[in-house]
Ligand binder design. Structure first.
Ligand SMILES: O=C(O)CCC(=O)C(=O)O
Length: 256
C-alpha cells in the first residue's frame, strides 16, 4: 500500500487543534494513484447498486452506499489499516474499532443538502470521542457541496434532537444553528478531514452541472464504545487496534 496511502504522525500542534476546534485536516491520505484505484472500485460498487441521481429515489438511496468495505477491497484496506485509523489511535487511544464505512455521494443533479447535525445524533456512541472522516475522491468545493462545520461546536456536547423520530434512518436531522459561524471545508482529491462526533456540520446540495461530489465516509470509535440508543449494546465494528472487553466485537468481521 506504500504507493497508495500516505501516512502521517499527528504533531502536538495538530492534536491540540483537533481538541480545541473539533476538526482537523489530515491533508493527503491517498496518493493520486490511490485515489484512482479507490474511486474505480467504489464506482463499480456504486454503479452495481445505485448509478445516477434519480428524483424517484429517496434521499438515502441517492446519497449513501453503506458497508463499502465489503464491496471494495482497497476501501477495506484503507478503513482497516490506513492513515485515518492510525490518526484515530492518536486521538482516541490504543483500542479502536471501525464504526461505519460508506460512500456519501452527491451525483450531479442531487441538490439535496445534508442538514445540520452531529454524527452522534444519528448514532449516539459512548464514549463520546468517536471520529468521522471524509476523504475526497475528487475536488470538493462550495459548488458541488463541500462540508461546512462550526468550529468548536463539539464543546456543546450531545444536543438532544427536537424530534426523536429524526433518529430513524429514514429521516434526516436538520438542526437550527447560527449559519454565520459555518466554515466551508473544500478538499482536493485524496485529502481527508476528520471531526469529532459532536461537531455540528452540514453540506449543501451539488449545484454543479458538470461534476459529481464523491466522498468516502468512515467512522472510528473506541473498541468498547456502546450504542446509547440501543440499550448500551456494543457497537459491532471490526476490531482494528488493541483489544476490547466484548467478545462479539473481537469476532465481528474477523474473517474479512
Ligand atoms: O457527505 C456530506 O457532505 C456530509 C455527510 C454527513 O454529514 C454525514 O453523513 O454525517
Amino acid at each position: 500500500m506504500s504507493n497508495l496511502f500516505k501516512y502521517t504522525v499527528l504533531s502536538e500542534e495538530q492534536l491540540n487543534f483537533y481538541h480545541e476546534n473539533g476538526y482537523l485536516s489530515l491533508g493527503k491520505t491517498l496518493s493520486d494513484e490511490g485515489v484512482k484505484q479507490l474511486l474505480d472500485q467504489s464506482m463499480a460498487a456504486w454503479n452495481a447498486e445505485k448509478g445516477a441521481y434519480s428524483d424517484n429515489n429517496s434521499w438515502l438511496q441517492n446519497a449513501l452506499l453503506v458497508d463499502i468495505h465489503h464491496k471494495a477491497p482497497l476501501v477495506r484496506d484503507f478503513y482497516f489499516n490506513g492513515p485515518v485509523m492510525e490518526a484515530s489511535k492518536q486521538i482516541i487511544g490504543p483500542n479502536i474499532k471501525g464504526a461505519t464505512s460508506q460512500l456519501t455521494f452527491k451525483m450531479r443533479g442531487n441538490t439535496k443538502p445534508f442538514g445540520w447535525h452531529q454524527d452522534n445524533g444519528y448514532g449516539e456512541l459512548d464514549p463520546f470521542n468517536s471520529i468521522t472522516s471524509l476523504t475526497a475522491l475528487e475536488e470538493v468545493d462550495e459548488d458541488n457541496g463541500c462540508l461546512r462545520l462550526i468550529s468548536g461546536s463539539h464543546k456543546l456536547g450531545q444536543i438532544p434532537l427536537k424530534d426523536e423520530r429524526d433518529r430513524s434512518n429514514l429521516e434526516s436531522i436538520d438542526m437550527e444553528v447560527d449559519e454565520s459561524k459555518a466554515i466551508p471545508m473544500p478538499m482536493k482529491p485524496g485529502e481527508t478531514l476528520i471531526f469529532h462526533c459532536w461537531t455540528l456540520h452540514y453540506s449543501q446540495g451539488n449545484f454543479s452541472k458538470t461534476r459529481d461530489r464523491r466522498i468516502l465516509f468512515m467512522r472510528y470509535a473506541d473498541a468498547d464504545a456502546v450504542e446509547v440508543y440501543n440499550g448500551g449494546k456494543p457497537r459491532l465494528g471490526r476490531l482494528l487496534a488493541g483489544d476490547t472487553k466484548f467478545d462479539e466485537v473481537r469476532q465481528f468481521e474477523a474473517e474479512l
